[in-house]
Design a protein around this ligand. Structure first.
Ligand code: GRF
Length: 203
C-alpha cells in the first residue's frame, strides 16, 4: 500500500504541482488529495489537470467542524504537506497527525518566520536586513507558526544587487529541487536529521 499524501495550498501551487508530478510514477508515495481554503486558487486547476481530487473549505469548516479531519481519515491520508498554505493548522488535525504534517518556508528559520512573514514580505525583509544568504526550511508543523522541528534547510547567496523578485526566483529553484525529495526521504527512511547545505546534503 502506497503512502497517501494530502497537500494543502492557498494560492499558486507551483510546489504542489511539482510534488504531484514527482510522485506520479512512484511505487511508494501517491498524492491523493489537494485541499484549499480558496476556491479560486490556481493550485486547484493544476491538481485537476493532473487528475488529482480537490476539496475546498471555508475558515469556519476548518476551525469549527471536524469535516476536514474526517475527510483526511476517510481518504486514509498518511502525510499532510503544506505548500504555500496560509492558515494556521488546527490542533485536532495536528494531534491526529503527529509528526506527519510538513511545511515549507521560504527563508532560513528561525529568521523571517512567524505571523505576516510569507511570500514577498519575507524576501523584502531579507533585502532590507542586508542578509548575505537566505534559503528554504522544511519543518514539522506544530501549533505555532514556523516553529516546528526543522527537517531540512538549503541556502542560497544574496547579492547586494538582488531585488526581492530575484530572491523569490532563487528560492523557487531551491524549492522545486528539494521539496519532493525531502518528502520522499522522510517517508521512506523516516529520516529527520537537520541539514544545512547549498543544495546537497540530507536528501
Ligand atoms: C512558496 O515559496 C512556499 O515556500 C511558501 O509559499 C510559496 C508557495 O508558492 N510557503 P506556490 O504556491 O507553491 O507556487
Amino acid at each position: 500500500m502506497k503512502n497517501r499524501l494530502a497537500i494543502f495550498a492557498s494560492g499558486n501551487g507551483s510546489n504542489a504541482e511539482n510534488i504531484i508530478r514527482y510522485f506520479l510514477e512512484s511505487d511508494t508515495v501517491e498524492v491523493v488529495l489537494v485541499l484549499s481554503n480558496s476556491p479560486k486558487a490556481k493550485v486547484l486547476e493544476r491538481a485537476r489537470s493532473l487528475n488529482i481530487s480537490v476539496a475546498t473549505f471555508s475558515k469556519e469548516d476548518f476551525y469549527m467542524s471536524e469535516a476536514i479531519l474526517k475527510r483526511l481519515l476517510k481518504e486514509k491520508i498518511d502525510w499532510i504537506i503544506l505548500a504555500g498554505f496560509l492558515l494556521k493548522f488546527p490542533e485536532p488535525i495536528l494531534q491526529h497527525y503527529k509528526n506527519k504534517v510538513i511545511n515549507i518556508h521560504p527563508a532560513l528559520l528561525p529568521k523571517f518566520g512567524g505571523k505576516g512573514m510569507y511570500g514577498m514580505h519575507i524576501h523584502k525583509a531579507v533585502v532590507e536586513n542586508k542578509e548575505s544568504e537566505t534559503g528554504i526550511t522544511i519543518h514539522y508543523v506544530n501549533e505555532n507558526y514556523d516553529e516546528g522541528k526543522i527537517i531540512f534547510q538549503a541556502k542560497t547567496e544574496v547579492l547586494g544587487t538582488d531585488t526581492p523578485e530575484i530572491i523569490a526566483e532563487k528560492i523557487h529553484i531551491l524549492e522545486q529541487h528539494h521539496f519532493p525529495k525531502v518528502i520522499e526521504n522522510l517517508i521512506i527512511n523516516n529520516k529527520n536529521i537537520p541539514s544545512f547545505g547549498g543544495g546537497q546534503g540530507e536528501e
